[in-house]
Write a new protein. Structure first.
Length: 268
């Protein structure tokens, strides 16, 4: 068996698990890869390019203000009118939203990033997007146009933090402006096309009282951790993906006295 075949059949060897490896066979059968191709893909591409040409350098400002968002929405609406493609009101509204998200945000990922109930977004291929909600993985109907579309979004994400991803550096870790963790892998490391994982953070971090109310900790355990932190003892927080390591660390960090210095050491 060749290296390519072994990589395709192997479940190990990578610290970044894909959604397919965590889904059951029945869920995979219902995956969006079998969905029909977007009938408005060419229309969206035309409108997108026309808006880029119309707005030009305004789109490359350091901050996407509300005024810019309004101008992009107006430009997309005007280009749709000029295109004269017959659309229902709901189709028009959806296309405007999708093109605006693609120009100002992260394309088809935007609805999931805005949804506070979604904790993780996983792109296994341009037509395979999964989300984690309530601890369960779901296949979505959202798709990118093609792998080049995925690469554009990945490049937009990593360039915001001064990173790059290409064939010479095909794996990159980055952060979204809200702190969400991003991992992207592109060919030749990714065998099926670009893959992207976004681990979202809660907008309102949980406190130690929240963990007690959830039943994750007992009040005595919380008092013990508080004493350990105030006593300057070493505390190791470990666990698998999505088990709550960062949540626990944030909650425990609240016990650090206000007059103490905090130093973060991050692995490059």
């Amino acid at each position: 068996m060749g290296l390519h075949d072994r990589l395709k059949t192997s479940n190990g060897g990578s610290g970044h698990a894909t959604a397919e490896a965590r889904l059951s066979g029945s869920a995979l059968e219902a995956s969006p890869s079998s969905a029909a191709q977007d009938p408005y893909a060419e229309l969206k591409t035309r409108i997108h390019h026309a808006c880029i040409q119309t707005l030009g350098p305004e789109l490359f400002k350091s901050q996407a203000t509300g005024d810019l968002s309004e101008r992009v929405t107006r430009s997309v609406t005007e280009q749709l009118v000029l295109d004269r493609t017959p659309l229902t009101r709901e189709e028009r509204r959806q296309i405007i939203r999708e093109i605006t998200d693609d120009i100002l945000g992260y394309g088809p990922l935007e609805p999931f990033l805005r949804d506070d109930s979604v904790t993780e977004v996983m792109v296994n291929n341009f037509d395979r997007i999964y989300i984690e909600r309530g601890g369960k993985i779901e296949a979505t109907r959202a798709t990118f146009v093609d792998n080049a579309h995925v690469l554009r979004i990945v490049d937009k994400i990593v360039s915001q933090v001064g990173r790059r991803v290409d064939e010479a550096s095909p794996m990159v870790d980055a952060r979204l402006p809200d702190g969400s963790r991003v991992n992207a892998i592109i060919p030749p490391l990714a065998l099926k096309g670009p893959t992207l994982t976004i681990r979202k953070f809660s907008r309102d971090p949980y406190t130690i009282d929240d963990l007690i109310n959830f039943g994750s900790l007992t009040p005595k355990a919380a008092q013990f951790l508080a004493a350990c932190v105030k006593g300057k003892l070493n505390v190791l927080i470990s666990g698998g993906t999505g088990t709550g390591k960062t949540t626990t660390l944030n909650a425990v960090s609240a016990f650090i006295p206000g007059d103490e210095r905090i130093v973060f050491v991050r692995q490059p």
